[in-house]
Design a protein around this ligand. Sequence first.
Ligand SMILES: NC(=O)c1ccc[n+]([C@@H]2O[C@H](COP(=O)([O-])OP(=O)(O)OC[C@H]3O[C@@H](n4cnc5c(N)ncnc54)[C@H](OP(=O)(O)O)[C@@H]3O)[C@@H](O)[C@H]2O)c1
Length: 328
Amino acid sequence: MQKTLTDTTSMNYTRLGRTGLTVSVAGLGCGGHSRLGQASGASEAQSISVVKAAIDMGINFIDTAAVYGTEEIVGRSLGNMREKVVISSKEQIVSKGSSPLEGEVISGEALKTRVEASLKRLNTDYIDILHLHGVMPDQYLQCRQNLVPALYDLKTQGKIRFLGITERFIYDTSHKMLSKALTDDFWDVVMIGFNLLNSSAKRKILPKCRSNEIAALCMFAVRRALSQPDALRTLIKQLSDNKIVNAAEFDPDNPLGFLISEGGAESVVDGAYRFCRHVEGLNVILTGTGNIGHLKQNIASINRGPLQPSCLHKLAALFGHIDSVSGE
Ligand SMILES: NC(=O)c1ccc[n+]([C@@H]2O[C@H](COP(=O)([O-])OP(=O)(O)OC[C@H]3O[C@@H](n4cnc5c(N)ncnc54)[C@H](OP(=O)(O)O)[C@@H]3O)[C@@H](O)[C@H]2O)c1
């Protein structure tokens, strides 16, 4: 008998910190380089089939954002399944046309208008987790002043259920913004850049999340460096040229081959997702893809056991000190 996707996948679920929501440990990321395949020309129907396959395989956590152009696809995919999934979406914090990195933060009223537009695109009355998207360290104070009151209004009106904030990891690899944000008690959920090349959030962010029951979503588990062998070789060469790692410790052709030979991973991608999954305090590992085959493999990886302890020690020795890399 032909196996269905569900036959081959067993999903684990976890509590999403203080939200109390029960969510799958693997979350579908509708942004990143794939945007459900939209970035490489997939049709809307193909992207909808990725969302439906994810739900069929047990995913109930879906992350999108106004700027990804995938909110409508998520809305159309869900139909009468809205109640079965947790929707996480995000709004940009600067006006259209101004620099996302340095632009002035918009007003609370402007944020509310953006959320109304997201609700329409998502075809829903409420967004479970609404994040401020890609906040830079110097923008945080203005977000706190202009936007947090608006988020609480939206929550009172039932339009959002929980407050979230995401860092701009490519430019803030050492988590400066989140270090500031976690001195406040507004945030129920944070989205963190984390992977085996830069696991600095383990020291800098996750202890505070755990002690305050703030849920952490993991982005960048794989990204380019850990999914494309050429990108990995280039990155390791750059790191060794900059004396951040020692080239002699790596096979130049296959720098992370030891994840397979020593760690028990099936592939670098498998090892990369499993590395993140077993870090205490990371609740959901996001996987962004437009490819149902990849999705199936990644869900299996995220639900497998940890890498061998000796391999984890080796990763810590090679990369544990790094906080300047995103893996972009
Ligand atoms: N808040 C923010 O600022 C922010 C920033 C970045 C990401 N995010 C969120 O986090 C999510 C996850 O991040 P991400 O998209 O970078 O995800 P990721 O899971 O770290 O990396 C996804 C990339 O790896 C490739 N890939 C995935 N599985 C693969 C496999 N089994 N074999 C080979 N290649 C594979 C994908 O290409 P294919 O399509 O070919 O599979 C895609 O290009 C995003 O979708 C988004 O929801 C948020």
